[in-house]
Design a protein around this ligand. Structure first.
Ligand SMILES: Cc1cc2nc3c(=O)[nH]c(=O)nc-3n(C[C@H](O)[C@H](O)[C@H](O)COP(=O)(O)OP(=O)(O)OC[C@H]3O[C@@H](n4cnc5c(N)ncnc54)[C@H](O)[C@@H]3O)c2cc1C
Length: 462
């Protein structure tokens, strides 16, 4: 089999996929509609920073770019939950300091991955926007600044994002089943500038940089993630229509009044609120469910092009990176592409569906539950169970964020764990709980965790 592939989309998944395959001796052509990001200004577009967790790190380690990424990443140890009255409650994500997620700058990460792909020998073609596919002639129809270009391909991977034109061409030619569920909520990005002092000292963060900040307000929320330049990227998630909604925030006065009422502690930090609210568009949120993701050995979709999810578990990129790692392992030198693509889909589909569900559930957790007493009591029990039974019990959040357990397994174990916690939650204190009975329940209902998923396991490439 000739080891040649064409990839469309040099975003996060496309650039990493290209690097991983080129490192293994594949000849890769990578096409991207935008200009070359290397050396240029930050790429515009969606969210400025992203939460990177273990699945993403695993793929970055495989590509040998983890150290370069780590130099720019900021560790976030937990959620800092800001109440309406200004109190801040730090809720750790993990059981120790190795169980953290990291904030990374999207544009810098993309630049780094594109450079790494080029270093591995990938042929890069910028300013090439896929418009359509002539399947009979095996040609991609590209728009370029010099006019249309026809690019021949043997097999093409679409890493061209949630709005994937390759997916559209596959849906119309091969009848893939595509379902898109739009959320009734959207998002808008704002920012918190670093604190500078007049004497010219180093700029400072205006909030704890080692936390993901949340202002949960029941039906909506504001979040903030730190950047290496000591600013924070802030995102407002809000219903599009209704009483408290983007539709109602149609004037500077309405925006000011809403923020003063709902996020008073954030207002002094949002110096550019008026301008940013007016300038930045409301982004849509949706979940894509597609089947299958491939057609024979000729075309395959990965990342958001195959399974875009809502951003509330911070897993879209991590799941896309996990796709890259898994596909690179499946594309061996001798194997045919058609069965490899089919096997990839078989392995990934249930996991993509599981993270899609968990991401939607996490919106309710972040915007509402984190501020509630019954949730916090449940978290205390969860944490006590994880400490007492570390070989079997690990919070679902930790399974998703700090291990490589398949998402579907994390979801299934999480459901059992929620039932166990529910049974124990009628106690008034941890001391009142019958831990022997709890241990029996854990032993009967939960299989032992694999070694790497146990508390404090080292993080080498697995
Ligand atoms: C508000 C928000 C916050 C998020 N936060 C997180 C987070 O904290 N953690 C996390 O893991 N995930 C997060 N995500 C999800 C994450 O952004 C995506 O899952 C990730 O970008 C998917 O990578 P991708 O390479 O599949 O797609 P993209 O990153 O969208 O890349 C697609 C690439 O294809 C190119 N392209 C598009 N059309 C064409 C064309 N016609 N021809 C050629 N090239 C084309 C694009 O220019 C782009 O470079 C968030 C998403 C949003 C919206």
């Amino acid at each position: 089999m000739s080891r040649e592939l064409t990839i469309v989309g040099a975003g996060l998944a496309g650039a990493l996929m290209a690097r991983l395959l080129a490192q293994r001796g594949w000849k890769i052509d990578l096409y991207e509609r935008r200009g070359d990001p290397r050396g240029g200004p930050a790429i515009g577009g969606r969210s400025i920073n992203l939460a990177l967790s273990e699945r993403g790190w695993h793929a970055l380690r495989m590509a040998k770019v983890d150290k370069a990424v780590a130099e720019q990443a900021i560790a976030m140890r937990g959620r800092a939950v800001h109440s309406l009255h200004g109190e801040v409650d730090l809720q750790p994500y993990g059981m120790n300091d190795s169980q953290v997620i990291h904030s990374v700058h999207r544009a810098n990460l993309n630049r780094l991955l594109v450079s790494a792909a080029a270093d591995a020998g990938v042929q890069l073609h910028f300013d090439h926007a896929l418009r359509g596919v002539d399947w009979e002639r095996s040609q991609l129809v590209m728009d370029t600044p010099d006019g249309p270009d026809l690019v021949s391909f043997r097999s093409v991977i679409g890493a061209d994002g949630a709005g994937s034109p390759l997916r559209a061409a596959m849906v119309s030619a091969f009848g893939l089943d595509e379902q898109i569920s739009w959320e009734e909520h959207g998002y808008k990005e704002l920012s918190i500038r670093p604190l500078t002092d007049a004497s010219g000292g180093d700029p400072q963060f205006r909030l704890d940089p080692h936390a993901l900040h949340i202002w949960p307000r029941g039906k909506f929320m504001l979040i903030a993630l730190p950047n290496a330049d000591r600013s924070f990227t802030v995102t407002l998630f809000l219903p599009n229509e209704g009483d408290k909604s983007f539709a109602k925030l149609d004037s500077r006065g309405a925006v000011r009044a809403f923020f003063a009422e709902e996020f008073p502690s954030a207002v002094p930090l949002l110096e550019d609120l008026d301008q940013e609210f007016a300038d930045n568009a409301v982004g849509p949120l949706a979940t894509l469910r597609l089947q299958p993701w491939h057609h024979e050995g000729r075309a395959l979709l990965i990342g958001d092009a195959a399974h875009a999810v809502v951003p509330f578990h911070g897993q879209g990129m991590n799941c896309a990176f996990e796709d890259c790692a898994e596909l690179a392992d499946l594309l061996c030198d001798e194997c045919e592409l058609a069965p490899a693509f089919a096997e990839f889909y078989k392995r990934r589909k249930a996991n993509a569906d599981a993270i899609a569900d968990m991401a939607v559930e996490n919106y309710y957790e972040m915007r509402d539950h984190v501020a509630r007493a019954d949730y916090q009591w449940g978290k205390k029990i969860e944490s006590a169970l994880a400490r007492r039974f570390p070989d079997r019990f690990l919070s679902r959040y930790a399974q998703v964020s700090f291990t490589n357990l398949p998402y579907a397994e994390a979801k299934a174990r999480g459901a059992i764990q929620a039932e166990i916690i529910g049974t124990l939650a009628s106690a008034d204190s941890l001391e009142q709980i019958d831990w022997h009975a709890a241990g029996r329940m854990v032993e009967e209902r939960l299989q032992a965790l694999p070694e790497h998923a146990r508390l404090g396991a080292p993080k080498e490439v697995r």
